[in-house]
Ligand binder design. Structure first.
Ligand code: IMP
Ligand code: MG
Length: 187
């Protein structure tokens, strides 16, 4: 596939510095508790790997994927969640880790789902927040980076993909927003 080379938005040094700040802030908020980290795959994969190494608390790690009905089209709400292993949320302090919060539709669905299982507390940390593109009002506790689209385009790298490409880039880069994502389609 002929892939466009992304422009660097946040390089490895900037990401490392921001991760250190986040780790401090998250650790302070969960002080004295075990954190049940739930990562939304696959975009969260590099972020979670780095995040758990800057949080000096006891953490457990779990992963889920969320999908819409096949053929539901761009911007469709999720209807299905799969787990890599069973997660017992009840009474636990949960940190949901998202890749990109764009329209907020996906995050809203995941939060409702987890809240239904009665965690002791529920917080959200996203790698990228795009508050200007919200269709659903959701509140994040932390975002590593907050972006202002269309100025910044579509972000890839550091686990984030376009059509499964670019995940392995060590930096966060930007490409023009692909047509398939014009309505905030799931990835
Ligand atoms: P939404 O908040 O429900 O619109 O869903 C956000 C999802 O869209 C994320 O989990 C990503 O998979 C995908 N997404 C949105 N914007 C971007 C981007 O700039 N780069 C990579 N994925 C994106
Ligand atoms: Mg995704």
């Amino acid at each position: 596939m002929n892939l466009e080379t992304p422009s660097v938005l946040f390089d490895e040094k900037r990401i490392r510095e921001r991760l250190a700040e986040l780790g401090g802030s998250i650790s302070a908020a969960f002080e004295g508790s075990e954190i049940c980290i739930v990562g939304h795959m696959k975009g969260c994969l590099v972020f979670v790997a780095d995040l758990i190494r800057v949080i000096p608390l006891d953490t457990t790690c779990h992963f889920l994927t969320a999908s819409a009905l096949p053929g539901a089209g761009a911007g469709a709400a999720c209807t299905d969640i799969s787990y890599s292993s069973e997660v017992l949320y009840e009474g636990r302090h949960v940190l949901l880790v998202e890749d990109v919060v764009d329209t907020g539709i996906t995050l809203n669905f995941l939060l409702d789902h987890i809240r239904d299982a009665s965690p002791a507390s529920l917080k959200v940390c996203a790698l990228i927040d795009k508050p200007g593109r919200r269709k659903v009002d959701v509140t994040l506790d932390w975002a590593a980076f907050t972006l202002d689209e269309p100025e910044t385009g579509f972000v890839v790298g550091y686990g984030l993909d376009y059509d499964e490409h670019y995940r392995g880039l060590p930096y966060i880069g930007t490409i023009p927003r692909p047509a398939a994502f014009s309505e905030g389609q799931q990835a």
